[in-house]
Ligand binder design. Structure first.
Ligand code: ADP
Ligand code: MG
Length: 260
């Protein structure tokens, strides 16, 4: 491989770097997505319903179509790779829906999360997950569909943690959870995962809470990435403009010279 060809695939040492991503299905849903996340950082993606937040995560995970742009993990291109390869690289993903196998027990769900691991590690990591989430240990034999919303989300996260990922993508982990569970998840669990040196990319509807724990933020709307930058700056903008995300999109987007 020539030096030139090599540098094409090597960018910075960010854990995740998304460059000029146009993502969608048959059609592009969201375009011009650029952001990166380093070890120990939390990046939040915000925007109204249907803006394409989940699509961005799915495109990173090879589940939605990448129409343009590149995704790099630790400097190596991972655009449109399979979920298995991404899991082996240390990328964990907790989707918005279908995040656990409802008919399987807690322990079986965890084992499924470790299906790519050697057998001895599956046992060790299952134990570690049950240690981290005592509520799950208490219900280790119960079917996932019998868990409360908060326990189910813990299980989804624990399942993703089985591979000890260095990058975790979380799609609206707090939706339909009670306020105290939301608080625990956003203010305790997610920061703890980042403090362990993991890079976290989170899509959240609890915009202010998510921005307050994040290092960086991306705002998507009107079919594109409107803005990205420091989360605290974005929080100030959001607080002063009110929380209606639609108007946030309209108000805080950098002026687009192509729009009269
Ligand atoms: N599998 C799919 N095929 C075609 N269009 C889809 C699919 N999933 C989502 N969409 C469309 O893509 C757009 C963005 O959806 P999504 O990424 O789920 O938004 P968000 O997560 O921001 O609410 C929506 O218009 C939605 O209808
Ligand atoms: Mg979504």
């Amino acid at each position: 491989m020539t030096a030139e060809a090599k540098t094409e695939h090597v960018t910075s040492d960010a854990v995740l770097r998304v460059e000029g991503l146009d993502a969608g299905y048959r059609e592009v849903v969201v375009s011009g997505v650029d952001f990166s996340s380093n070890a120990g950082e939390i990046v939040v993606i915000v925007g109204v319903n249907g803006a394409g937040k989940s699509t961005i995560l799915k495109a990173i995970m090879g589940e939605a179509t990448v129409h343009a742009g590149h995704v790099f993990h630790r400097g190596e291109e991972i655009t449109a790779q399979s979920a298995d390869l991404l899991a082996q690289r240390g990328i964990g993903y907790v989707p918005q829906l279908n995040d656990v196998f409802p008919g399987l027990s807690v322990t079986e769900n965890l084992r499924m999360g470790g299906y790519l691991l050697p057998r001895h590690l599956v046992h060790e990591r299952t134990e570690r997950c049950l240690e981290r989430f005592p509520q799950l240990r208490a219900k280790h034999g119960s079917s996932a569909h019998k868990l409360s919303g908060g326990e189910r989300k813990q299980l989804a996260l624990a399942r993703a943690l089985m591979t000890e990922p260095t990058l975790i993508l979380l799609d609206e982990p707090t939706s339909n959870l009670s306020p105290n569970v939301v608080e625990e998840l956003l203010f305790v669990l997610v920061p703890a995962l980042a403090a362990e040196g993991r890079s976290i990319v989170i899509v959240e509807q609890a915009v202010e809470a998510a921005l307050s724990i994040a290092d960086r933020a991306c705002l998507v709307g009107n079919g594109r990435m409107l803005r990205s930058g420091d989360a605290k700056e974005m929080l100030e903008v959001v607080t002063s403009h009110g929380l209606l995300a639609e108007s946030i999109g309209a108000d805080v987007a950098s002026p687009d010279p192509s729009v009269p």
